[in-house]
Design a binder for this molecule. Structure first.
Ligand SMILES: NC(=O)c1ccc[n+]([C@@H]2O[C@H](COP(=O)([O-])OP(=O)(O)OC[C@H]3O[C@@H](n4cnc5c(N)ncnc54)[C@H](OP(=O)(O)O)[C@@H]3O)[C@@H](O)[C@H]2O)c1
Length: 378
């Protein structure tokens, strides 16, 4: 009997680790050790002669190993509840998925939350739900369509008109589309929504972030940028908008690689200018959300099928909440986080030449150039 339980546990941990490997996520030595322990435990159970006395501790070991893999990759670590009262936090794309839970976490911590959404109807429903579940009435909904640079500019004008500062900007909104689309400005949709519009939003909000005592920019990225690095050896400047070679994973990964290069270069410029603003990026994990709503049915059903191996939107919001609020990270900048831990970034995602080239190019594409002056330095 314990053999079958053992096999099941082993299969589960192996499936979790395999899914993470396919998602290009960081697998720690502890995860590998836990899976090896599972294999050894199952093998021992399979070959021993029905020695029940021995099978109990071995099954216990197997259970512990599986629990560690599940805890690390599926459940994650719940962030500490910080005191965010008086903090103005903007989060984009929080009418669905992990953005909802991130906004809820910030509201629970007492922050003044600005929900920046394009779908005002579902945004309002989420806002009311957050109000009811947290008792925080300081949750506002503002319209922002990242598919249109004009909307980004109007959003920032609104924020400047109604708020005195911004403490936290979470660029969470993102899309992963199976076919190529273009924005109002004629830019490939994933590059526009995932990178260029958040790039413009961030630069335009620098004066407001500067007014905060401890400003943070959090970029919700993805490990899929590593896929693009592997496939193309880095950012594909010749086909930035996937005109000649579009692929859902390739083009999505390219837009997330752009985020990584932006973070690298912007962090460098902020430090050089003596600014106190910090910028970090993260992988939220693999989560079942509506990101897969437009995928091919085989992929979408596959995503559905592996749900027990994925994080929930609640646990998917842990790393973002941690990076946005944890007091110990006040002056941490330019880092990459997975499962609420700093992980070494790949070389191509922190290539200084590519990062500078892309930053300069993005400034031209959004028609806005940031010039740091004495007003940006504390
Ligand atoms: N789920 C995962 O496994 C996973 C893994 C790695 C990274 N991520 C990243 O995590 C972030 C959140 O994704 P999710 O999984 O929570 O997916 P989701 O449920 O689809 O949420 C995406 C959010 O982005 C918003 N959005 C899309 N296009 C927008 C636009 N033009 N303007 C304003 N908002 C827009 C969506 O609003 P609408 O309802 O209006 O479309 C939605 O609120 C994304 O950046 C994604 O790339 C997710």
């Amino acid at each position: 009997m314990s053999q079958y339980v053992g096999y099941t546990l082993l299969l589960y941990s192996a499936a979790v680790v395999t899914t993470r490997l396919f998602a290009f996520e960081y697998i720690s030595l502890a995860d590998i050790c836990a899976t090896v322990v599972s294999v050894v435990a199952v093998a021992t159970l399979a070959f021993q002669d029905t020695n029940e006395a021995l099978s109990v501790p071995i099954s216990g070991l197997n259970l512990l190993a599986m629990y560690l893999v599940w805890k690390h990759h599926v459940r994650g670590t719940e962030p500490r509840k910080e005191d965010m009262r008086g903090m103005v936090c903007i989060i984009t794309g929080c009418n669905s998925g992990i953005g909802v839970e991130t906004a809820r976490n910030l509201a629970k911590m007492g922050a003044q939350v600005i929900m920046a959404c394009r779908n005002m109807k579902s945004g309002e429903a989420v806002r009311l739900d957050i109000l009811n579940s947290t008792g925080n009435s300081n949750v506002q909904l503002l319209e922002l369509d990242l598919g249109d640079f004009d909307s980004v500019r109007s959003f920032v004008a609104h924020v400047e008109g109604f708020y005195s500062k911004v403490d936290v900007l979470i660029n969470n909104a993102g899309v992963m589309t199976p076919s190529r689309g273009e924005s109002k400005q004629g830019i490939e949709m994933m590059m526009q929504t995932n990178f260029l519009a958040p790039f413009l939003l961030t630069l335009l909000l620098v004066p407001m972030l500067h007014k905060s005592k401890c400003a943070r920019i959090v970029m919700v990225s993805s490990t899929m940028h590593r896929f693009t690095c592997l496939q193309h050896g880095g950012f594909d400047f010749d086909d930035m908008f996937s005109k000649s070679d579009f692929g859902m994973f390739k083009s999505y990964g390219q837009s997330k690689l752009a985020i990584e290069l932006f973070k690298f270069e912007f962090n460098r410029r902020l430090r050089e200018a003596g600014s106190h603003i910090v910028i970090n990026s993260l992988n939220p994990g693999s989560i079942k959300t509506s990101i897969s709503k437009d995928w091919h049915w085989i992929l979408a059903n596959g995503h559905e099928l592996i749900q027990p191996l994925l994080k929930t939107p609640v646990s998917g919001a842990y790393t973002t909440t941690y990076v946005a609020t944890n007091k110990s990270l006040r002056s941490t900048s330019g880092k990459w986080f997975e499962n609420s831990k700093i992980v070494q970034q790949t070389t191509k995602a922190s290539d200084p030449q590519d990062a500078k080239r892309l930053f300069d190019l993005a400034e031209k594409l959004v028609n806005f150039e940031i010039v740091f002056n004495q007003n940006h330095i504390k």
